[in-house]
Design a protein around this ligand. Structure first.
Ligand SMILES: Cc1ncc(COP(=O)(O)O)c(C=O)c1O
Length: 385
């Protein structure tokens, strides 16, 4: 359901939130009984999430960023030292990099592939040093990273893999669910994502020791009654959020199905624009868990991304930049000393790319409107479409 504000503002809004009637009932019960924190809904949500995403354990936390950070902080139980290195893609939402620092590690960045927006697995080994402890690939836009190559490298160098599946609930790589390749997977449950608790995150794992560490880490490092064994976080999920999540799991297949219908519709409609744009594509054996539709302008065009994005915005199509090359385009990371040009593919995608919503509340007619608006923009630039 769209908010009134979003409806009024944009004809094709970026995000949405599905709050089911059952979730509303659970919220009322939680409020009436005053069981609002760490109660049965959180436990039930964890159970159902683990089942849906084929993991033995799931630990709910307060955001996707916390999910990333806590999953990494688990590595201290397995021999990691503060300041050790975690390999992540240069192009991703800044939260991935922030979480590495929040966990007390140092991010080491690897460039992405322009065609997939995901970490270039062929460049990972060159970034490994004696201090590397883990790899955190991101399945950006819900498109799976190359998990076969990444797991081979991790096994060879004895590294832990935490999949950042914030945007990729339900995606599959070679027929296997993403989030089931690595030692842990971190999901965001923020409002714009496939399963939401409004704000929230969750980590899945098959390793009970990792799950125990996660439960301790989300609660200040507590073990037992009042013993603090780890430097922890305050990152618990509350019952109201879990109630929204339970409602989302109930309609998850429908949400995913509608998003996939929208994605496939656009993939087919955007084929005719192929000489202008690199857009998200589904390879054989791959299933995208659609977060949004990404568009990267090809080189040598007679218009800029900003011109196109502004044209769409004026027409009521909301969009977001395609993130940034964190080490070279985010001011907050300038202290690391990376120079612009060091991550050319990530920088290109950021300078020339954007993404817009294809969520469950967007109808095919709205997507056709985006296609028509794209055609009229291209015509205004002298192109025949
Ligand atoms: C790739 C990625 N990682 C992590 C996060 C952080 O999630 P949250 O906003 O729930 O903290 C996001 C958020 O959208 C994301 O896109």
């Amino acid at each position: 359901m769209l908010s009134v504000e979003a409806k009024a503002q944009y004809r094709v809004p970026f995000g949405t939130v599905s709050i089911t009637p059952d979730a509303r009932k659970l919220i009322d019960v939680a409020l009436d009984t005053k069981f609002v924190t760490r109660g049965k809904y959180v436990a039930e949500f964890e159970k159902q999430f683990a089942k849906t995403f084929q993991a033995k354990e799931a630990v709910a936390v307060s955001s996707g960023t916390d999910a990333d950070a806590l999953a990494l902080a688990v590595l201290y139980d397995f021999g990691a030292k503060r300041g050790d290195e975690i390999i992540i893609p240069a192009l991703t939402f800044v939260a991935t990099g922030n979480a590495v620092f929040q966990a007390g590690f140092t991010p080491v960045f690897v460039d992405v592939k322009r065609e997939t927006l995901n970490i270039d697995a062929d460049k990972i080994e060159a970034a490994i040093t004696p201090r590397t402890r883990g790899i955190m690939p991101v399945h950006l836009m819900g498109k799976p990273a190359q998990m076969d190559k990444i797991m081979d490298i991790a096994r060879k160098h004895k590294l832990t893999v935490v999949e950042d599946a914030a945007e990729a609930h339900g995606a599959e790589f070679k027929g296997q669910l993403v989030g089931t390749f690595g030692h842990m997977a971190a999901y965001s449950l923020y409002a714009a994502h496939i399963i939401t608790t409004i704000e929230g995150g969750i980590v899945t794992t098959n390793d009970p020791a990792m799950a125990d560490a996660l439960r301790s880490l989300r609660n200040h490092g507590l073990v037992g009654k009042f013993e603090f064994q780890r430097i922890g976080f305050s990152a618990k999920m509350n019952e109201l959020e879990a109630a929204v999540g339970l409602g989302n799991i109930e309609i998850y297949e429908d949400i995913l199905g509608r998003r996939r219908r929208n994605l496939l519709h656009l993939i087919s409609k955007f084929q005719k624009f192929d000489k202008y744009f690199i857009t998200i594509k589904e390879e054989k054996g791959e299933k995208i868990g659609p977060h949004a539709y990404s568009v990267v302008l090809r080189e040598g065009l007679n218009f800029t991304k900003d011109e196109f994005v502004n044209y769409l915005d004026q027409a009521g199509v909301d969009s977001r930049n395609l993130f940034y090359s964190i080490p070279t385009q985010c001011a907050s990371y300038a202290f690391l000393g990376h120079k612009l040009g060091a991550f050319p593919e990530s920088e290109y995608c950021s300078d020339h790319g954007f993404h817009f919503g294809i969520h469950q509340d967007i109808e095919l007619s709205q997507l056709d409107y985006v296609v028509e608006t794209t055609e009229s923009f291209l015509r205004s630039k002298g192109h025949k479409t």
